[in-house]
Design a protein around this ligand. Structure first.
Ligand code: SAM
Length: 276
């Protein structure tokens, strides 16, 4: 099989930090392409130069994808091979490219995956959380109310949850997760994967949220947050939380009783309070 079938679209994963996490096949595919559609051509150029890839680049990002797709599809129908890359990792995973792949497939163009790095999968592979079934949620909404609403909708999800998060919101998101999922739920912060300051910390949400809030170093770089799905332990914690809440409620106002019962048992404060 030729490296790049003529008239095809190769969707090529690039590294998420370490430049050498680029497969031999990915490099060969990029070198053989007629044109490379790149999310940010200035960002990708050093990587391409490092791997001796000298092919014309066209920008394809969320603001111009609609306009450039037709031209790229036309070029592929004329027999040119196009490679798609994003700034980091696998294109289309919280990155542009969906419209191009959809249009290419609709036009009968062969789309070839050239797999490689993906931060969500790299994080899952070292998190030590159940990995047989998982849900990729991408980025949470930046506004607090929408973010909490999304988390609330996921509170009963039994599969491992994977989120991308920007470093300046990671402390806020962890605080919301503690509130909605309960401080006892296991979570993992995977930061700066494949880079110099790679850090993977796994602990209950209560400890992780407190640690990150108190340590500005944990609020730097790129992060993936993973949270264990709701399991039998979560049900047991909630039952215990409800028992402790009922006892405290006899002496304290509901908000205070819920806060203490949540801190003692790791049950979600919100569920205790709302059930009161
Ligand atoms: N397409 C990429 C992929 O395959 O992972 C994801 C692109 S998305 C725009 C960027 C987000 O991915 C970052 O905000 C962060 O949440 C996550 N990410 C990317 N590189 C990472 C790294 N080296 N370590 C941890 N998270 C990373």
């Amino acid at each position: 099989m030729p490296t790049v079938p003529p008239g095809s679209l190769s969707v090529v994963a690039t590294p998420i930090g370490n430049r050498d996490d680029m497969s031999t096949r990915a490099i060969a595919t990029l070198r053989a392409a007629d044109v490379i559609a790149a999310e940010d051509t200035r960002h990708s150029r050093p990587l391409l130069v490092h791997h001796n890839v000298d092919v014309p680049l066209v920008p394809l990002h969320e603001h111009n994808e609609r306009e450039v797709v037709d031209g790229l599809v036309r070029r592929m129908l004329e027999g040119q091979s196009v490679a798609l890359i994003s700034d980091a990792g696998t294109p289309l995973v919280s990155d542009p490219g969906f419209r191009l792949v959809r249009a290419a497939r609709a036009a009968g163009i062969r789309c070839v995956p050239i797999p490689g790095a993906c931060a969500a999968i790299a994080a899952l592979s070292v998190a030590g959380l159940p990995s047989d079934r998982f849900v990729f949620e991408g980025f949470l909404p930046p506004k607090a109310a929408a973010r909490r609403g999304r988390l609330q909708a996921l509170a009963g999800e039994p599969r491992t949850l994977i989120f991308y998060e920007s470093s300046h919101r990671v402390a806020e998101s962890l605080a919301d997760m503690r509130e909605v999922f309960g401080g006892g739920r296991e979570a993992v912060l995977a930061r700066e994967l494949t880079k110099l300051f790679e850090t993977v910390i796994g602990e209950p949400l209560d400890e992780l949220a407190t640690r990150v809030a108190g340590d500005p170093d944990q609020q730097r770089g790129e992060c993936v947050l993973l949270v264990a799905g709701r399991g039998e332990e979560a049900d047991a914690r909630l039952a215990e939380g409800q028992r402790v809440f009922a006892l405290l409620r006899e002496e304290l106002p509901p908000a205070k009783a819920a806060k203490l019962a949540a801190a003692i048992t790791g049950a979600p404060r919100k569920s205790l309070y709302e059930a009161s």
